[in-house]
Design a protein around this ligand. Structure first.
Ligand code: ADE
Length: 218
């Protein structure tokens, strides 16, 4: 699953340029039985399997302490990822990300190694890998020299607590397949910088009010 989409486009170029790098570790390589068993049934009963603490510990300890960094477990139970947390994580020199499968991870491992749980939203994936890829993508684009235009990260959604204003490009008038014409807002075409900024700020506020009233409250 790695680098997956991170091997393409902006993150892919940054990977090739050495702006970031990654290693994958397979917990199965740290099992002691001949079947390579990484999980077992949960104490107390219930559905699914639980990843074993001893196996995860061996996998974690195979990473040198100096390159381990914060240890994160992608889990729907975690603190929800947002742009503030992304900025914080992107400043870390190293991160270790545990991707769960099955029902979960033995709690004792999470407790013993101060593992931080991070969720990408209130829904459940079949495994943590896509969540890790999303978290990594959001961090990688903030690294120095990764985005061509350093300005792009400034005005975007969440950077000021609001959602981004709408964008338009040529043609100035577009006729859709139903024959309906759509014009670019006049204000964006007359080049009055201060007025444009004001209009964009109004639009940001309006779209945030409609789509994410919770952000406005904050
Ligand atoms: N693993 C499964 N669901 C997840 C979620 N919503 N966030 C992070 N990791 C997950």
């Amino acid at each position: 699953m790695f680098p997956g989409s991170l091997g393409q486009s902006i993150s892919g170029k940054a990977l090739d340029a050495g702006k970031w790098s990654y290693d994958t570790i397979n917990p199965r390589d740290f099992t002691t039985d001949k079947h390579g068993t990484v999980d077992d049934t949960p104490y107390g009963g219930g559905a699914g399997m639980v990843l074993r603490a001893d196996v995860l510990e061996s996998a974690l300890l195979s990473i040198s302490p100096s390159s381990r960094g914060r240890v994160i477990y992608m889990s729907p139970r975690g603190k929800v990822l947002n742009q503030n947390l992304v900025q914080e994580l992107s400043r870390e020199p190293n991160l270790t990300i545990l991707c769960g499968r099955y029902e979960g991870v033995d709690q004792r491992f999470l407790d013993a190694y101060d593992v931080e749980e991070i969720s990408i939203g209130d829904y459940v994936l079949s495994g943590g890998e896509p969540a890790a890829i999303i978290t990594m993508d959001a961090c990688i684009r903030l690294l120095d020299g990764v985005m061509g235009n350093e300005d792009t990260a400034g005005d975007e959604s969440f950077s000021n607590g609001l959602l981004e204003y709408p964008h338009y490009t040529r043609p100035a008038q577009w006729t859709d397949a139903n024959g309906q014409t759509h014009d670019v807002p006049e204000i964006l075409k007359n080049g009055h910088h201060a007025k444009i900024k004001e209009w964009q700020a109004e639009q940001s506020l309006a779209i945030t009010k409609t789509n994410r009233p919770d952000l406005l409250k904050k």
